[in-house]
Design a protein around this ligand. Sequence first.
Ligand code: HEC
Length: 161
Amino acid sequence: MVLSGRSSVVERQLPKLGVAGSNPVARFKILGMRNITTLLMFMLLACGGSKEEKKQTSEIKTEQIDLAKRGEELFKTKGCIACHYPNKERKEKLVGPGLRNIHKERSEEWLIAMITKPDSMLKYDEEAKKLLKEYGTPMPNQNVSLEEAKAIIEYIKKVSE
Ligand code: HEC
């Protein structure tokens, strides 16, 4: 596992810092919060691993669910729903293509650009221009922020499962 590889690096550094054997809180203070990975490593080492690891995973999962929920709202309020099925394949056309699994076809950067500024994309991006030729209607700019676009993508991922 990746984590165990990293933990050995941290462990190797401990004797050098003269803190091997001191209590975990002291160790943590001495090393400081150099980065979040080091912090997590110490939590894992101090707590024997699996419990903290599980908690971490479930926290990330909850965040993703919240984000997807927000994305679902935005998909309606920003009008995407009028032109796209979020959970149907590309060929299931409404005004634009079905968006199911679109995140597997396009990079996250491309999707964010297309969702936040379709007008520029349709002018300058080769892939977007091809789509416009195919669908004939330009996707309008719906004033979506970067953060909102990320939530929408998370929603599409969820309904693609
Ligand atoms: C008025 C209809 C319309 C609305 C509203 C709309 N789109 Fe589109 N969308 C299209 C069309 C049509 C295309 C294909 C490109 C073109 O012709 O402009 C497209 C393309 C896309 C693509 C690229 C699909 C691919 O095949 O790569 C994504 C992603 C997308 N839209 C997401 C969204 C999201 C998210 C929203 C809401 C914020 C939205 N669209 C709102 C019509 C719309």
